[in-house]
Design a protein around this ligand. Structure first.
Ligand code: NAI
Length: 332
């Protein structure tokens, strides 16, 4: 048995983590959950946004599954997600986007994996506001090392999984330095992977190409803000935020998480789709080399998604979060 830290999170977080726990228990996955929370919930109960016990659990287990955490908009505390990514140098945000039979989309052959740099760029936390002049400076910090690390992660993934090419998305025509560092990193790192072709695309063109012909992309790598936006765009191509998975991976720790937020509009009503968190948990099992368990649950999930009646409302069904989980369990 391996112990995994489980962070239920806010809003729909507890409902979808319960669903994943039930499915994992039914599939007899050999892991033990160590539950710790963060954010507004723990702030209200013990006065800490990121409790020391959560950090201790992460440092002990080095692997976690995380539900969404609410972040105040335009005020309040800094995103817990961003803080954890930076504290543990989880530099690689991996977001697969693949069409699934049964999930209605405009495209039917999308199968790409986005690698978003997760700790630098405009999320480095370098913000200055001059109240007197009414000027806000948000500084994007991009480093040679950071670009090499994320680009290498993308090429390694492409080589390991026999992917056809890597696309580097950037804005080097305007951001002459920050953009150039990504391109130079790709040129350098690609020499280590001669069997993996690569290309570059300017980010605005990349968006247009993605929404008109997404099948042409395979592995995509980009800086933090572009990656944040592109990853939700890619989620939209394959059925929305309720069905796509995500992972934050560093050299010695990984936190797997649903890419959607805490969905306060539907929280506590049994309407949330647990697929995104479940798929993130399956990525975690792959990361832990528990492939057989991951494949078995994935097959049950795919079978369930084929029957609209078994699905949650966002997928056109009427099942509640826990009923959907029960259908997956009966398909195991
Ligand atoms: P959101 O992803 O929570 O919701 C956007 C829309 O998608 C809503 O209509 C919601 O009902 C729907 N939705 C999301 N997940 C769903 C699911 N599993 N099943 C069915 N429908 C689902 O984004 P929003 O409203 O922009 O953010 C709400 C809060 O979440 C904010 O505080 C934000 O900062 C936080 N957030 C946290 C993230 C994380 O912890 N990784 C990521 C994104 C946002």
């Amino acid at each position: 048995m391996t112990t995994v830290t489980l962070i239920p999170g806010d809003g729909i977080g507890p409902e979808i983590t319960e669903a994943v726990k039930a499915i994992f228990a039914a599939a007899q996955v050999p892991i033990t959950w160590e539950e710790e929370n963060a954010g507004q919930t723990t702030f209200d109960s013990i006065g800490e946004l990121i409790p020391a016990s959560l950090l201790a659990s992460l440092e002990r287990n080095r692997i976690a599954l995380k539900g969404p955490i609410t972040t105040p908009v335009g005020k309040g505390f800094k995103s817990i997600n961003v803080q954890l990514r930076q504290k543990y140098d989880l530099y690689s945000n991996v977001r697969p986007a693949k069409t699934t039979a049964g999930v209605k989309t405009r495209f039917d052959k999308v199968d790409l994996v986005l690698f978003r740099e997760n700790t630098e760029g405009l999320y480095a936390g370098l913000e200055i506001f001059d109240e007197r002049l009414g000027i806000a400076d948000s500084i994007s910090r991009v480093t040679v090392e950071g670009c090499h690390k994320i680009v290498r992660a993308a090429f390694q993934y492409a080589a390991k999984h026999g992917r056809s090419k890597v696309t580097v998305a950037h804005k080097a025509n305007i951001l002459k330095n920050a953009g150039r560092l990504m391109l130079e990193a790709a040129a350098d790192v690609s020499k280590e992977f001669p069997s993996v072709p690569w290309e570059d695309k300017i980010i605005d063109n990349m968006c247009m190409q993605l929404v008109s012909k997404p099948e042409q992309f395979d592995v995509v790598v980009t800086t933090n803000l572009f990656g944040d936006i592109l990853s939700d765009l890619c989620a939209g191509l394959v059925g929305g935020l309720g069905v796509v998975s995500g992972a934050n991976i560093g050299d010695d720790m990984a936190i797997f998480e649903a890419v959607h937020g805490s969905a306060p509009d539907i929280a506590g009503q049994g309407l949330a789709n647990p697929t995104a968190l479940l798929r993130s948990a399956l990525m975690m099992l792959e990361h832990m080399s528990l492939h057989e368990y991951a494949n078995r649950i994935e097959a049950a999930l795919e079978k369930t998604l084929l029957d609209k009646n078994c699905c949650t409302r966002d997928l056109g069904g009427t099942a509640s979060t826990s009923e959907f989980a029960q259908h997956i369990i009966s398909n195991l």
